[in-house]
Design a binder for this molecule. Sequence first.
Ligand code: ADP
Ligand code: ASP
Ligand code: MG
Length: 440
Amino acid sequence: MIVMKFGGTSIGSAEQIRKATAIVRSRMGKGNPIVVVSALSGVTDALIALANGPQAGRHAEGKLDWIRERHYKVISDLGLKKGLIDKELSQLDKSASRINGPGDITPKVLDTIMSFGERMSSRIIAAHMAESGIPAAACDAYDAGMLTNSDFGNADILPGAYRLIRAALGKDGPDLHVVTGFIGKNGRGEITTLGRGGSDYTASIIGAAVGAERIEIWTDVDGIMTADPRIVKSARNVRLVSYAEASELAFIGAKVLHPKTILPAISKNIPVRILNTFNPSHRGTTIVRCIGNRKRIASIACKRRISVINIHTPKMFLMHGFLRRVFETFDMFGLSVDMVSTSEVNVSVTLDQRHDTRGLVKELEKIAEVEIKSNMAMVSVVGNGLAYRTDLLSRIFSTLSSVAVEMTSSSTSEINQSLVVKDGDADDAVRHLHKAFFGS
Ligand code: ADP
Ligand code: ASP
Ligand code: MG
């Protein structure tokens, strides 16, 4: 059994849905693959805008029209029945009309609204596949055991869910399931989402649950590249990547994979392939546990819009338990830090800029001086060859001699060297490093 996930651009139009269907058909050998789909491209952003409409003082109706027309066009181009998603559209209308002001947009409400993207796309794709002779049926992930905690907007799977998913999807039957990515339900039956880009994670959770022989992530690029091709035009495909490298890359900003995607695959040692719907014959990238003796740099990644928090106290070295208190304070506010660097008198950490840090700063100021620098970016060089490059840091710093580097840190696994620069310098830093390490 294999799991195939298609991202938003890969199913963004009738033409793309036909291509994706042909790709699925080409995999229908020994049994049916399980197909996981994202929302049509642009739809999740539009749903968020719809929810935020009243807050921004705009009438949300225009967005709902846009979402309706976006789906109707694809349905009509595919020659399907218009009523196919009317139930979901009217439920969406009802959910959105309950939002009358900023106080109504809770993370729980936002998750319900965002869930409609995948609920509509899965129905359209299953209907098109069925019309083309594939015995496909749409399936909402929460009806197939996707049980999560209640961390709305960034929910995680509960351990018991794997057994439920296996029971629902693990047996090869006549139906080919087209499952909604991104969404689940908590124990109270409330809809949750797994974080932006979470359909990748859905695919790997299902893959691990059913013991898939392979998980395929179909996207809009030729696999993992030596840098984001939107930043570096000459970026090249990396054929083989280890679980550790892929995980590191995803966590530090390579959008091609949701950060948690690799974890379920590791637990069952399932290969993950990243493939291009727009170029299906390309080999893409294969992610496996062990990549042999490849001592090379795999990719340059970049995470935008982060804040650096500098926590400074001249007495730090003498203060027993200082670091523990600092990190307990982050924990108290539910904030997880990305990068940490310490000296005798200073601790610097990075955080996603979207977090509200007012309470955190107030608490930290009880024990130290606190300074926040926003609009920063983390640029990282990743690869299992890093440990063998004695010239690594000098090469990085000579390459970036014209860029102010705020902070550096390397991972304990020695496959990642990260540095923090101003957000406005990030693209240039990635391009310079790519040239230095990949020659173009
Ligand atoms: P999907 O909708 O298929 O999930 P995403 O937009 O989430 O696709 O991820 C694919 C995008 O990830 C690519 O278009 C590319 O711009 C970006 N990306 C960032 N870093 C990398 C990288 N190292 N290799 C490939 N793509 C990358
Ligand atoms: N549709 C969701 C998003 O745009 C999930 C995904 O595409 O993986 O974030
Ligand atoms: Mg994605």
